[in-house]
Write a protein that binds this ligand. Structure first.
Ligand code: KG4
Length: 328
């Protein structure tokens, strides 16, 4: 069978990334141009600045992705950009660029849901992984438990009712003075602390999440007692959110009978969460998690998801719009 090469484009937030992936599973090139140093001084992503920087980076990053792959545009089978969810201005840059490319080379144009991309990061890391499985999707904008029924068929079993887990990490980091992006900094500091501080958990009958209560509890504890051990606070925060994630995953397992769990999204790079989920193997679960570099935003995962959309026959018109709150 002929090999299929998809060219993924990702610009939903603060990473401009272009990748070429072979048959949905093998990275041929994956260029990630991060804007983190640009947004750091503002303490978070400034949407307008993100859009402008995507515009400046997109041609250069695409050229580099083709160079690294030693391929020409003519060898690409489909152009597969993220079209949501994300920041609308940022999304529009990658999406418009992808439309122009697809038109110029006369190859199919296939939009990709960013969340589907995060799930697909697992297919690149584990060549043998196939649906069905449960996915714990945890990023800066989303926290969901997803029943991945097939490569392009999903059912959301539970989701956050307020903050995304990544937002909570970033907020905790800001409050204790660690800066942006907070997740990796909380991760590092927590390794020096002990999870000895009691923090509240919000439970629901179903598999929904709420992270605003624990976030506020951390903020209040720190404000009332600025001398509190920050490493212990970070370690306690990580332990409590991990327990919440695992509680809900176990409910999903009970409901579906599926014991294969894949992690996805930026927060799945967290070392405490990764270790805690790995320990679930002792309870008979199969656990998958993307390579660290594929947890946060990148176009390889988008090209992988794009491949599965493409082989299922999905095609989009060039009037496809960016959808900031796109659902799975
Ligand atoms: O998936 P992602 O790159 O972007 C979205 O699609 O939202 O996720 C970004 C989020 C940020 O909130 C960041 O702080 C968090 O992932 N993150 C982490 C770690 N690395 C990134 N959170 C906890 N521990 C980490 N090691």
């Amino acid at each position: 069978m002929k090999d299929i090469y998809t060219l993924g484009i990702e610009s939903s937030c603060d990473e401009t990334s272009v990748a070429i992936v072979k048959n949905g599973r093998e990275i041929v090139s994956n260029i990630i141009d991060t804007q983190i140093p640009i947004h750091e001084k503002y303490g978070g992503v400034v949407p307008e600045i993100a859009s402008r920087n995507h515009i400046e980076a997109i041609s250069r990053v695409t050229k580099k992705a083709l160079e690294d792959a030693k391929m020409t545009l003519e060898q690409i089978d489909a152009v597969t950009p993220t079209y949501g969810p994300g920041l609308v201005g940022a999304l529009l840059v990658g999406l418009s660029y992808a439309k122009a490319l697809s038109f110029a080379i006369n190859k199919p144009f296939v939009g990709v849901n960013h969340i589907q991309g995060h799930i697909a990061a697992n297919y690149i890391t584990y060549k043998e992984l196939e649906p069905p499985f449960l996915c714990v999707m945890m990023s800066g904008g989303n926290t969901q438990i997803i029943h991945v029924k097939d490569y392009t068929e999903f059912e959301v079993l539970g989701k956050t009712r307020d903050d995304a887990i990544g937002e909570a990490f970033d907020k905790v980091a800001r409050v204790v003075g660690l800066g942006y992006p907070g997740g990796p900094k909380v991760d590092k500091l927590a390794q020096e602390g002990k999870p000895i501080i009691d923090l509240p958990k919000t439970h629901f009958e179903n598999m929904d999440f709420s992270f605003s209560g624990i976030k506020t509890a951390v903020i209040n504890l720190h404000h009332k007692n600025p001398e509190i051990n920050k490493a212990d606070l970070c370690a306690s925060f990580e332990k409590t959110v991990t327990e919440i994630l695992i509680e809900n995953v176990k409910k999903a397992m009970k409901l579906t009978g599926i014991k294969t769990i894949a992690l996805a999204g930026g927060v799945s790079a967290n070392s405490y969460i990764r270790k805690a989920f790995m320990e679930l193997k002792q309870e008979g679960m199969e656990i998958y998690m993307p390579d660290l570099k594929l947890c946060t935003d990148n176009a390889a995962m988008i090209a992988s998801a794009g491949y599965y959309n493409y082989i299922q026959g999905k095609r989009d018109e060039l009037n496809l719009n960016a959808i900031p709150n796109l659902k799975l």
